[in-house]
Design a protein around this ligand. Structure first.
Ligand code: NAD
Length: 713
């Protein structure tokens, strides 16, 4: 590794034999520990790596010892991505987690107590244990690179930072900022991390080691005391203020957040050893809980979607796109693709609509810049990659066209017929339809093999999932290329069979329709939405209808209703749409977005039919809506809309925000039990509402006492 430090004297230390961390020391007597996990693109902490680091610390601590230590990584886009979660979960399952947590704390504390200056030189992902080892250093310097992301995401996985993060971060940046970082569990851009004080300085990757050496030359740091915020009285006041906010946000479903608040705020006024003991006991309590297992399981499913799921053949790279339709979705997809470096031709039927689309794209870039997702220059470059057009121009350069026009089969068929005439014959023709048949859209084309569904979710910049929908005649190579494209633009693909509503809308629509039914039958808007917020959904169903738009939602619901007689779109939704209650897009729906207050019963009462559901408890409302989602999720598996229960759960959490701590509808079904579900559904179904009757697969499973995830305890 000449690029790091060249041993310059014959006495310079020879390469050591460790597998994951290389040690080198040059004439300046600065020791560089380079993390480079064998046979892996990522650096992770497992027991072996912790022991290796410990042995390096033996060498460093022995006289004469180096003048300073730098932690560095040889990987192109990862510093240290955190703990090896597979190993951690295995240890938790075996009841052997305590020694691993103790080992990490002991080794990092040894690093922290070295008498010489230490620096973490961070380029690439620096998350969880990776940032905790950096916190045990005297300084942290980082590259301002896109790949560099820094933070403590443990609470997102149902645990908390247990290798010193809960104790050292508040001592470095003060309790209020540390709580923000730990409770949110986000990874920050280098500039944000600098602003919070999580790192000390930035330098381009090539100059990171020079900067680290300059820090070492300056000796140990003198940090400001944090006595003003990190004392017992202030910590208690901060915790008292945050507790109700947190419980409103988590509704008691995410114990890691609550425990992190208590651990961090109590730990700041204890001696460091006492604080470390607190965080150790807290993580041991959390790890291995059902919530933690579900959240970590979802993390693994995301990793799987990033890497595998289709055969190893990579598919061709798409580099030029056209988007047809500059509405809510077309403009948002255009913004996303251009932010990822793709030039996009954006077309709509007239200048006004294209103008609206461009304004929306500019708004999304502005919001992203405010949230530090892009610099102003990146936003300007992104916007420059959009070419708006209104006439039907030849689209010969595009190797991918995404149609996002209105949800009407006739319109889509006409657009595809024209696309075939004006596009390069090798271009992939994709549709963002929510529920229409891909095979039917493709049916009039000379080459239906090039047509595929690429179903992005709203809001595009936040929802990671894209359903890749293969029609009956879609060419397998087109599927490969589409999957590759989805990953290339930073989204997560799930391959779905071409059937009405695909996966997510198929499950979501019966639920939204039921919310509409309950509203029509007198249930209060607030009760319907609160019932599902209590269940753990990120947004109530009636508010979601407003977000999607009542016009779009009723179109999709009608498509599904024409295929499945059990789904009957309530007249209330159509009446609201016809009366101009379209939802957020025009400021009025179940909620009033102009005054930001609930609309109140009087204005909505013309859309109601009766008062049968008015007195249902929130539990009753919740049960009805949840049963319909579970039943439909099981049907998707029964009909092989996707290949496995994991796909159903992954799709629903990533595509609809289905209560992540429950792990997805099928994991939730396992936790309740098929017998109980069937009994509950039968009770409603037999009482007169057959749409609740459980599907065959669920009945069979109840009969056999089986589960969707059989091999797990
Ligand atoms: P929208 O009404 O906001 O936009 C549709 C746009 O298509 C309009 O600007 C319209 O002028 C344009 N258009 C109509 N005919 C056209 C043509 N022949 N050529 C070019 N442009 C044409 O609708 P939207 O919400 O963006 O939905 C677009 C598609 O995406 C639909 O198929 C919808 O089902 C799907 N979708 C919507 C959502 C959502 O939440 N809104 C989510 C996922 C998928």
């Amino acid at each position: 590794m000449n690029t790091i430090l060249e041993p310059t004297s014959p006495k310079a230390e020879a390469q050591n034999t460790s597998q994951n961390i290389r040690r080198e020391m040059g004439a300046d007597r600065i020791c560089v520990l380079t993390f480079d996990r064998a046979n892996s693109s990522a650096n992770l902490f497992d027991e072996q790596t912790l022991h290796e680091l410990d042995r390096h610390l033996d060498w460093i601590a022995a006289p004469p010892g180096p003048a300073g230590v730098i932690l560095y990584s040889a990987k192109p886009s990862i510093f240290i991505a955190g703990a090896d979660l597979h190993a951690l979960m295995d240890a938790a399952k075996r009841g052997g987690l305590r020694p691993v947590i103790e080992l990490g704390q002991r080794v990092f504390s040894r690093l922290a107590s070295l008498p010489i200056p230490t620096v973490a030189a961070i380029h690439g992902a620096c998350a969880g244990g990776g940032y905790e080892v950096s916190l045990a250093c005297d300084y942290r310097v980082a590259s301002p690179d896109e790949a560099t992301r820094i933070g403590l995401p443990e609470t997102q996985l149902g645990i908390l930072p247990g290798w010193g993060g809960c104790s050292r971060l508040p001592r470095l940046i003060g309790l209020p900022a540390a709580l923000k970082v730990i409770l949110k569990g986000s990874l920050f851009s280098p500039r944000q991390a600098l602003k919070y004080g999580m790192i000390d300085a930035l330098a381009p990757r090539e100059r990171l080691l020079d900067l680290a050496k300059r820090k070492i030359a300056g000796g140990k740091p003198h940090r400001p005391s944090r006595r003003l915020t990190n004392n017992r009285a202030v910590a208690r006041a901060i915790a008292t203020g945050l507790r109700p906010l947190l419980s409103r946000k988590t509704r008691g479903h995410y114990p890691a957040q609550t425990m992190a608040l208590e651990t961090v705020s109590q730990g700041v006024s204890l001696p460091l050893d006492g604080a470390l003991a607190l965080e150790r006991e807290a993580i041991l309590k959390l790890a291995g809980s059902e919530v933690c297992r579900n959240l970590v399981g979802l993390f693994f499913l995301q990793e799987r979607a990033r890497k595998s799921g289709v055969s190893d053949s990579p598919g061709r790279v798409l580099s030029d796109a056209a988007v047809i339709g500059a509405g809510v979705m077309g403009s948002a997809i255009t913004q996303w693709l251009t932010s990822r470096g793709m030039p996009v031709l954006l077309r709509d039927i007239d200048a006004e609509r294209v103008g609206h689309g461009m304004a929306n794209i500019a708004r999304l870039y502005e919001a992203g810049t405010r949230r530090h997702k892009f610099t102003s220059l990146q936003a300007r470059n992104g916007l420059d990659r959009v070419s708006p057009i209104i006439e039907e121009a030849p689209l010969r350069r595009a190797d991918l066209v995404i149609e996002a026009a209105v949800e009407k089969m006739a319109v889509k068929k006409e657009i595809f017929a024209r696309l075939e005439a004006v596009c390069d014959p090798r271009a992939i023709l994709a549709t963002n339809t929510s529920a229409l048949s891909i095979s039917e859209i493709a049916s009039g084309l000379a080459d239906p093999g090039r047509v595929i569904g690429l179903h992005f979710f709203n809001p595009v910049h936040r929802m990671k999932l894209v359903e890749v929908v293969a029609g009956e005649r879609t060419d397998p190579a087109v599927i490969q290329t589409a999957v590759r494209f989805v990953r290339q633009v930073g989204k997560l693909p799930v391959i779905v069979r071409d059937s009405p509503g695909f996966l997510v809308n198929r499950i979501l629509i019966p639920y939204l329709v039921e919310a509409g039914n309950l509203f029509e039958s007198g249930a209060r808007v607030k009760d319907v939405d609160e019932a599902m917020l209590d269940f753990g959904m990120p947004m109530g169903p009636l508010r979601l209808l407003d977000e999607v738009g009542l016009d779009v939602a009723t179109d999709v619901a009608e498509t599904l209703s024409s295929k499945f007689s059990r789904i009957r779109v309530p007249a209330a939704l159509e009446k609201m749409r016809d009366a101009g209650f379209l939802g957020r897009k025009n400021g009025l729906g179940f909620y009033d977005y102009k005054t930001r207050v609930n609309i109140g019963n009087a204005r909505l009462s013309p859309f109601r039919k009766n008062a049968l559901a008015r007195d249902l408890s929130r539990e009753e409302l919740q049960k009805r809506m949840v049963f319909l989602m579970i039943n439909e999720a099981v049907r998707c598996l029964e009909e092989k809309v996707v290949a496995a229960p994991e796909d159903v759960d992954f799709g629903m959490v990533m595509g609809s925000g289905f209560a992540p701590f429950r792990g997805g509808p099928l994991r939730y079904a396992d936790s309740v039990g098929a017998v109980q579900l069937v009994a509950g559904m039968d009770a409603l179904g037999v009482a007169g509402d057959p749409k609740f009757l459980p599907c065959e697969l669920l009945r069979t499973m109840a009969g056999r006492g089986s589960k969707f995830y059989e091999n797990e305890s």
